[in-house]
Design a protein around this ligand. Structure first.
Ligand SMILES: [Zn+2]
Ligand SMILES: [Zn+2]
Length: 353
C-alpha cells in the first residue's frame, strides 16, 4: 500500500486501506457549479446522488440559489459550508438551510455581530442542527469524491473575517479543486506551511480576485490549470484586481468569470475536466482608472451633430437652421463637441449644441 502520497492525511489512509487504491477511475461524474450570484460566492458540488454547497450568495440570492439547486435535481445536501460570516457568502444560506435537509453544516468558530449572521444561526438552531467547526486535515466523503479541510490554521485573525474562511481541497480521481473562500495573505501563508499538498487543477480565486489574496507564492504552490473568479459585474470593489489577473495570465492559467459568463460548470470524470463555456480572454480588471473614466465619458458624449461645411458651424439635429443648409454643405457626424472644435467647427448660437 502506498502511504507516501497522502502522508499528511490520516483519515485518507484509512479510507484508502478500506477501498480500492485511488488510482482507479471513478465511475460517475463530478460536477462543480460556480453559480452566478453577482458579487458573492455560491458553489454547488454534485457527485452521483450526493451534493454539497459552499456559500449561498448575498441575502437577496437565497432564492436564486434555491431555484438553481431545484433545477439541478438536488433534494438534500450532505454538506453546507459557510466559509465565513460575511453577507456575500452566508447571506442566502438561511433560506437553503431552512428549505433543505443538510446533514453537516461547517462554519468557522468566529461570530459576527450582524443580522445576517444571526438569521443563519437562528435557522440552524430552529432545525435542531449544530455547527461543525473545521479541523485542518480532516476529511469528508462526498460519494466517490472527498474533501480535506486545509484552513483556517489559526483561531485568531483579529477582526478580519476573511482570514477565518474555511478552505477545502476537493478530490475526485486524479482531479483536484481548491476553494479558499475570502482567505487573504495571512491565511494563505499558513496554508503553504501546514504540510498539505494544495496543488490543484482548478483554483476558485480567493476573495473574488482581490489583490489581498492569491499571492504569487500561493499561486506557485497551487499551480492551477484553470481558475474561476466569482464576482459581480461592475462591483464597487474593482474585483477582480489587475494584479491577480496578471499573475494568472503570466502563469498561463485559463480563467473563467461569473461576471462575464454567468454560472460556470466544470465536469470531471476523475481524469479530465470539461467546461460549459470557453475560458474568457478579456483579462479586464474590475478597476476603472481615471483615464478609463474619461474615455468612457467621451464615448457617451459622442452625439450626432449636423455640420455646415461652408460656415464651419455645427448644430443639433433638431436645430431650425439645419433645414436651411445647402445640400452640398450638409454633413451628419458622430463626434464629441471637443473633437469638432478641434477640427475648426464652432457651435451654432441658435441650438447651442
Ligand atoms: Zn466575499
Ligand atoms: Zn469576505
Amino acid at each position: 500500500m502506498d502511504t507516501t502520497s497522502e502522508k499528511t492525511l490520516q483519515s485518507g489512509q484509512e479510507e484508502k486501506a478500506a477501498k480500492a487504491p485511488d488510482t482507479s477511475k471513478p465511475e460517475g461524474m463530478l460536477e462543480v457549479h460556480y453559480i452566478d450570484v453577482g458579487q458573492g460566492d455560491a458553489t454547488l458540488i454534485k457527485c452521483g446522488s450526493h451534493a454539497m454547497l459552499i456559500d449561498g450568495g448575498n441575502n437577496n440570492k437565497g432564492t436564486t440559489v434555491q431555484l438553481y439547486l431545484k433545477k439541478q435535481g438536488v433534494e438534500s445536501l450532505d454538506y453546507v459550508i459557510g466559509t465565513h460570516p460575511d453577507a456575500d457568502h452566508i447571506g442566502g444560506l438561511d433560506v437553503i438551510v431552512y428549505k433543505y435537509n443538510c446533514d453537516t453544516v461547517i462554519m468557522p468558530d468566529y461570530e459576527k455581530d450582524t443580522k445576517t449572521y444571526q438569521e443563519l444561526v437562528d435557522v440552524i438552531h430552529d432545525k435542531n442542527m449544530k455547527i461543525t467547526y473545521p479541523v485542518v486535515g480532516e476529511q469528508y466523503a462526498l460519494g466517490e469524491a472527498k474533501f480535506t479541510i486545509i484552513a483556517p490554521n489559526s483561531n485568531s485573525y483579529g477582526g478580519n473575517a476573511n482570514d477565518y474562511s474555511v478552505a477545502i481541497l476537493l478530490e475526485y480521481g486524479k482531479n483536484r479543486f481548491l476553494f479558499t473562500g475570502d482567505a487573504e495573505e495571512a491565511s494563505e501563508a499558513e496554508m503553504l506551511t501546514n504540510g498539505i499538498d494544495i496543488s490543484a487543477d482548478v483554483y476558485k480565486v480567493a476573495h473574488h480576485g482581490s489583490r489581498s489574496a492569491s499571492t504569487q507564492e500561493f499561486l506557485n504552490a497551487v499551480h492551477p490549470k484553470y481558475a474561476v473568479i466569482s464576482c459581480g459585474e461592475g462591483n464597487s470593489y474593482g474585483h477582480p484586481h489587475a494584479e491577480v489577473l496578471n499573475r494568472l495570465r503570466s502563469m498561463g492559467v485559463e480563467v473563467f468569470r461569473t461576471d462575464e459568463q454567468g454560472s460556470i460548470i466544470a465536469s470531471s470524470d476523475g481524469e479530465n475536466i470539461t467546461w460549459n463555456c470557453s475560458a474568457t480572454d478579456s483579462w479586464q480588471s474590475g478597476e476603472q482608472t481615471e483615464s478609463d473614466r474619461e474615455n468612457a465619458d467621451n464615448v457617451t458624449e459622442q452625439t450626432t451633430y449636423v455640420l455646415n461645411t461652408n460656415t464651419k458651424k455645427f448644430h443639433r439635429e433638431t436645430c431650425g437652421n439645419v433645414s436651411q443648409i445647402k445640400e452640398e454643405n450638409f454633413q451628419k457626424v458622430q463626434m464629441s463637441r471637443e473633437e469638432l472644435e478641434q477640427s475648426g467647427y464652432s457651435p451654432c448660437k441658435n441650438c447651442n449644441p
